[in-house]
Design a protein. Structure first.
Length: 365
């Protein structure tokens, strides 16, 4: 994550104001610069006009002056990175309790009270640690800066499915800046969130009411992470694997992908299929799908829906581990902005990137 040394801190140093425990904060800044995790940048070009004075002020410790010297000398090359991320953090002396224009304001006292370590990897929790790897795979496919000396550094955590909310709370309460992502489990557009997403949202809301700011959560705008891969990409992957097991089902899904109704694919359960219980919650929606794409249904079951058990599978799926192995294959993802899934994947890529963006450790003079 990018941390900005706030202008108010610079002004206070320039005016030789006494800032309690400022040495501890600058030791954290020093640790960011000399680690491989996160990035430190001055908030604005105020560093150019005030920096030299602070560097030459022998009142300040060697640590403070070296950090200011680094921010001064690297400002021109690093400041452009702020335009490459959708959010970043400003370290300030002011107690700002809200997020404004995608800026996370973290007060010095807040950092001390929450025992936040700015030089450690940002924590990343999803339902399964493999999910974290998948979201980073999406990010790596969409982010060109990762090929230009910038790395993606996150500490992955296993949320345990429906218990992701508890793990999210544990990490935040432990002072770890935390990003959480989970499935929505919405299998039609106006569906409610599934229990996992509800649990995560409730945990976030509870933590926010308690004044916690060092956290972010995102619930997928598709049903599940498996919906972020298009049928054509699954077909390509299985061809590489010489696996023809799901070719028939995938060809039917490919028909939807190539139609004007490919938005259907964002909500279909590609893993286990759709059962009767879900279909009867919004029969009008599924009737529309059946009329256009009957081949994805078990027709005999759908036409005799009343006699089927509520857990009976009515729409085909692939399998529960259909994503397994995809992240190890190159050139599977179509990153064109013309594909129907582009905006969903790009939003995830941007979010993961802004929390994981890091720079190799620097040598301070």
């Amino acid at each position: 994550m990018i941390f900005c040394l706030g202008d108010d801190i610079l002004e206070s140093l320039y005016n030789s104001q006494n800032i309690p425990n400022i040495e501890d904060l600058f030791q954290q800044f020093f640790n960011i610069i000399t680690s491989d995790y996160n990035i430190l940048i001055a908030q604005s070009n105020l560093i150019i006009s005030l920096g030299r004075n602070i560097i030459s002020n022998e009142k300040y410790s060697d640590t403070i002056r070296r950090v200011i010297r680094y921010c001064y000398s690297s400002f021109t090359s690093n400041y452009q990175l702020l335009d490459k991320v959708q959010s970043y953090s400003v370290i300030t002396l002011q107690n700002i309790q809200n997020m404004d224009d995608n800026i996370y304001y973290l007060c010095k006292n807040y950092i001390e009270n929450k025992n936040i370590k700015l030089n450690e990897k940002i924590s990343f929790v999803s339902e399964n640690s493999d999910d974290c790897l998948f979201y980073k795979y999406i990010c790596e496919n969409y982010t060109q800066l990762l090929k230009q000396g910038i790395s993606l550094e996150l500490r992955d955590y296993h949320g345990g499915g429906a218990s992701i909310g508890k793990e999210f709370e544990r990490l935040v309460k432990n002072g770890e800046i935390t990003l959480a992502i989970c499935d929505s489990d919405k299998f039609y557009p106006n569906s409610n969130f599934g229990q996992t997403a509800i649990n995560l949202k409730d945990s976030f809301d509870n933590l926010h009411r308690l004044g916690n700011l060092h956290m972010c959560h995102y619930i997928l705008e598709v049903a599940e992470k498996e919906n972020l891969i298009m049928p054509s990409e699954y077909i390509k992957f299985y061809e590489i694997q010489n696996d023809n097991k799901f070719q028939a089902e995938l060809q039917h899904f490919l028909e939807i992908e190539n139609s004007d109704f490919n938005n259907f694919l964002t909500f279909l359960d590609l893993k286990g299929g759709i059962n009767k219980k879900i279909i009867i919650q919004n029969e009008e929606y599924f009737i529309t799908i059946y009329e256009k794409f009957p081949h994805i249904f078990y027709s005999c079951k759908y036409e005799c829906l009343d006699s089927e058990d509520e857990n009976s599978t009515i729409i085909h799926g692939i399998e529960r581990k259909c994503l397994s192995g995809i992240i190890d294959c190159n050139s599977i993802i179509n990153i064109s902005s013309n594909v129907y899934i582009y905006s969903f994947r790009k939003k995830i890529a941007d979010l993961v990137f802004c929390f994981g963006i890091s720079q190799q450790k620097q040598i301070l003079i």
